[in-house]
Design a protein around this ligand. Structure first.
Ligand SMILES: Nc1ncnc2c1ncn2[C@@H]1O[C@H](COP(=O)(O)OP(=O)(O)OP(=O)(O)O)[C@@H](O)[C@H]1O
Ligand SMILES: [Mg+2]
Length: 217
């Protein structure tokens, strides 16, 4: 099994220097009061929270911060077998049109178990479909990862990721001033309105990652 400490350091290293990564991690471990090699379910959540504070302090650029946190969450999420009660993640590959529906169905299942009401359930399922549809339409393939957030703020996280052509005119699109030739052009800006947190990271020729979260009130 990969060493979680090494994996977390690597995740942080790709966004900050080695020294900064080490201080974020060491400080977080101390503040969370955890044994990194023997994480309890509570401990894993506390550690994730503390690392988040470290990221907020050391990384000033919001998109970079978001991407870094995403990587850290992945590492913690992929060790979910150690603490399945805190993080439950499901990754759906988007390769054909029917996968869009599959992502929505997986989302419904997670939402039910979290206790979202019907209105929120419909909103979140809509966002899952919109993001999966964009991947299929514009990037050809990618993944939608759905994660239950069960820490202090319970909710759901949707990460839609692809290595497609990237999104141009993102600012116009998010401002609702974009005229799409392929759809209504409201998928992304509409999705943002339906969620509590929404960020898009995209690079021409490299791909797109959309991260969206909705919390239980
Ligand atoms: N994953 C992606 N990769 C590359 N380009 C994308 C991606 N997602 C969206 N786009 C680009 O951003 C534009 C806006 O996307 P958005 O989902 O807001 O609207 P749309 O897909 O055009 O129409 P609809 O309202 O049917 O969703 C798209 O027209 C497309 O050019
Ligand atoms: Mg769309």
């Amino acid at each position: 099994m990969a060493d979680i400490q090494q994996e977390l350091l690597q995740a942080l290293n790709s966004f900050t220097g080695v020294v900064v990564s080490q201080s974020i991690l060491q400080l977080s471990i101390r503040m969370a009061g955890v044994d990194i090699h023997n994480l309890s379910s509570d401990g894993s959540e506390r550690l994730a929270d503390c690392i988040r504070h470290g990221i907020d302090t050391f990384i000033k650029e919001p998109r970079k911060r978001e991407a870094c946190l995403l990587k850290v969450r992945r590492v913690i999420g992929s060790s979910a077998r150690h603490y399945p009660s805190e993080f439950e993640s499901e990754e759906v590959s988007i390769e054909q049109e029917s996968d869009i529906l599959h992502a929505r169905t997986v989302g419904h299942r997670l939402l039910k178990s979290l206790g979202f009401g019907l209105t929120d359930e419909v909103k979140i399922a809509t966002v899952i479909s919109e993001l999966a549809r964009n991947i299929f339409r514009y990037a050809g393939r990618g993944t939608v990862t759905l994660t239950k957030l069960k820490g202090m703020r319970r909710g759901i996280e949707i990460v839609a990721e692809d290595s497609g052509p990237g999104i141009q005119d993102l600012d116009k699109i998010m401002a609702g001033q974009y005229h799409s030739t392929s759809g209504l052009g409201i998928g992304l800006c509409g999705s943002k309105k339906l969620m509590d947190e929404f960020s898009v990271e995209t690079e021409r020729g490299k791909g797109t990652t959309v991260t969206a979260r909705k919390f239980l009130t």
